[in-house]
Design a protein around this ligand. Structure first.
Ligand code: BTN
Length: 246
C-alpha cells in the first residue's frame, strides 16, 4: 500500500470479538502507533452503532479498526471524525470499485437504497484534546445474502468478487489522504461531506421522535446535527432524534 503511516503497523486476527474492542485495549496501553490497523477475518461480537451488532460472514468482508491521534482537534470537533472517515470509505468505493456510494447521515455508506458499509468510531480525551480515535469500518464485499437487513455488497452490486487485500490497501490510502486533508483544514471535508449526502434536497419520509413527517434534508452542521425543512418549518435534529422511513 502506498501510505506514509496508515496501515504500516498491521495486526491480523483470525477471530476476535470486535476489532474496535481490541483497539480500545491497545490505546489504553502507553506505546500504540498512529495509523495501526487491526483486521479480523472473523468477528464473533461485531459492534454497530446504538449497541447494535455488526454481522459479517467470516472471510468475506472487510472488518477493520484504525487508530489515530487527532491532537489537532478539540472535543467540539468530534463529528469531523465521522465526516473524514465516511468520505474515505466513500472514496474507496467510488475510485476503485465502480459503485456510486452516498453518505447517509451520520456515517452510513449506501449504494442505491441499501447499506454497503458502516463505521463505528470511539474516542478518548485528555482534557479538551483527543488522546485517541478508533475508526471501526465494516464493508460488505463478497457476502451475497443479508437476510432481514437492508444491505448490499460490492459483489451484489458489481457481479464479481473483490480482493480483500487490495481493497484494504486502497482504504488505507483514502483514509490517510482524508486525514491529512483534515489536518490542514476542515474546509474540503465539510464541503465534500455535504455534497455526498444521501437524500440531500429531496422530499422523504422521516420519523421525528416517533412522529412521521415529510421533510427535506438541507445540511448537516459542524456538531453533526441535521437540518430539515418540513411543511411546519425548520427542524434541527441530533442523531437519535430522527429515523429515515424513505
Ligand atoms: C454501524 O453501521 O452500525 C457501524 C458498523 C461498524 C462495524 C465495524 S466492523 C469493524 C469494527 N469492529 C466492530 O465491532 N465494529 C466496527
Amino acid at each position: 500500500m502506498n501510505t506514509l503511516f496508515v496501515g504500516h503497523k498491521l495486526i491480523r486476527l483470525e477471530s476476535v470479538d470486535s476489532t474496535n474492542k481490541y483497539a480500545a485495549k491497545l490505546v489504553s496501553l502507553p506505546d500504540w502507533v498512529e495509523g495501526t490497523a487491526i483486521v479480523a477475518e472473523e468477528q464473533h461480537g461485531g459492534k454497530g452503532r446504538h449497541d447494535r451488532t455488526w454481522d459479517s460472514e467470516p472471510g468475506k468482508n472487510l472488518t477493520v479498526s484504525f487508530l489515530f491521534k487527532p491532537h489537532f482537534l478539540n472535543s467540539q470537533q468530534t463529528f469531523l471524525l465521522q465526516k473524514f472517515s465516511a468520505l474515505a470509505v466513500a472514496d474507496t468505493l467510488k475510485n476503485f470499485t465502480g459503485t456510486q456510494p452516498r453518505i447517509k447521515w451520520p456515517n452510513d455508506i449506501y449504494v442505491g437504497s441499501k447499506k454497503i458499509a458502516g463505521i463505528l468510531n470511539g474516542t478518548s480525551f485528555q482534557g479538551d484534546s483527543f488522546k485517541s480515535a478508533i475508526i471501526g469500518i465494516g464493508v460488505n464485499v463478497n457476502q451475497t445474502f443479508f437476510g432481514r437487513y437492508n444491505a448490499t455488497s460490492l459483489k451484489n452490486e458489481r457481479a464479481q468478487d473483490f480482493d480483500l487485500e487490495e481493497l484494504f490497501g486502497r482504504l488505507c490510502e483514502m483514509l490517510e489522504k482524508r486525514y491529512l486533508q483534515l489536518k490542514r483544514s476542515d474546509k474540503v471535508i465539510q464541503r465534500d461531506y455535504h455534497d455526498q449526502l444521501f437524500g440531500l434536497g429531496e422530499v422523504r419520509m422521516y420519523s421525528f421522535r416517533g412522529t412521521k413527517k415529510e421533510a427535506v434534508l438541507q445540511r448537516v452542521d459542524e456538531e453533526g446535527n441535521a437540518h430539515f425543512l418540513t411543511s411546519s418549518g425548520a427542524v434541527n435534529c441530533a442523531i437519535d432524534d430522527v429515523t429515515w422511513i424513505w
